[in-house]
Ligand binder design. Structure first.
Ligand code: ASP
Length: 310
């Protein structure tokens, strides 16, 4: 069967001046993840490498370029999940780690736990030899300036979410040629969040979920809303009831809008290779590769394509 990867670079109103870099970033990450699948790599390796590419790209709110909390510090959250076994690993509120998605994978593979947080996650990173970076190494000048401008705004105001966010959370979902699915999500969270605030991204069933019996999902958007409706699992429940990936994500996102007034987006892939990228925010940068065609978009209903060279 054909392998597929879908990635997102976050929802919200990505401003015009950043839109090209954002779309270029998701396209590059989708190509990166797909090259892993093409070489015979599994879905888990593909989502990790696609998310790492976006964590390393200053454009996105994950790893380098992460949003700053109310004290002006970086606190990162990430999850990865293997649809074959339901194994998952997550980290929350970690500092000084350039690629939290890989630390999440280490939690999954090297510990008996599903999530490690804060100091404990950093201690674990040290114990397995993950290289840490200096505190300010992940902070971009752009983010520092935005933080200065907006530090007096109260987080949680919905209008802020649709108008003031410039770059965002990243995620990937994939199905490999054996039908295994996986997901990964990584974020710096919401700018100005309280110290210690953990959003949906590292929480299993909310920011991501993967199960070979239904599919894989990675979410973005207002974390507190996504947590309340367990968005990733909610989408997969609809798929278990026979909805397509696109119908399931639309229904679950609509439910989140009506029930808790939350906006967001999701990427989905099914074990048979059906996929969707859906959002209720103004924009969401996304890209997908299927059968050597690279699909991508940013605005609602936008679906552009490029042929990848074989
Ligand atoms: N969901 C992330 C959070 O609330 C932010 C985002 O996806 O924009 O931490």
């Amino acid at each position: 069967m054909a392998a597929v990867i879908v990635v997102h670079g976050g929802a919200w109103a990505i401003p015009e001046e950043l839109s090209k870099a954002s779309v270029d970033g998701v396209k590059a990450a989708a190509r990166e993840g797909f090259s892993v699948l093409k070489r015979g790599g599994n879905a888990l390796d593909a989502v990790e490498s696609a998310v790492r590419a976006m964590e390393d790209n200053n454009m996105f709110n994950a790893g380098h370029g992460a949003a700053l909390n109310s004290e002006g510090e970086v606190e990162l959250d990430a999850i990865i999940m293997d649809g074959r076994t339901l194994a998952s690993g997550a980290v929350s509120s970690v500092k000084n780690i350039a690629n939290p998605v890989s630390l999440a994978r280490a939690v999954m593979e090297k510990t008996d736990h599903v999530m490690l947080t804060s100091r404990g996650a950093n201690m674990f990173a040290e114990s397995i030899g993950v290289v840490t970076v200096p505190t300010d190494a992940l902070v971009t000048e752009y983010e520092r300036n935005e933080w200065e401008k907006h530090k007096n705004y109260i987080t949680g105001v919905m209008e802020d979410f649709n108008t003031k966010w410039a770059h965002d959370t990243v995620g990937a979902v994939a199905v490999d040629c054996t039908g295994n699915v996986a997901c990964a999500t990584s974020t710096g969270g919401i700018r100005n969040k309280m110290v210690g605030r953990v959003g949906d991204s590292p929480v299993i069933g909310a920011g991501g979920y993967a199960d070979n019996f239904s599919g894989a999902v990675s979410c973005t958007g207002h974390g507190e809303s996504i947590l309340k409706v367990t968005l990733a699992r909610h989408i997969l429940s609809y798929m278990e009831q026979g909805k397509t990936a696109a119908e399931a994500s639309e229904l679950a996102l609509q439910h989140m809008g009506v029930r808790v007034r939350g906006a967001g987006g999701a990427i989905v892939v099914s074990p048979s290779g059906q996929w969707a990228a859906t959002f209720t925010t103004e924009r969401m940068a996304w890209a997908a590769v299927e059968d050597s065609v690279l699909w991508y978009g940013l605005d609602p209903n936008e679906k552009l394509q490029e042929q990848l060279s074989q």
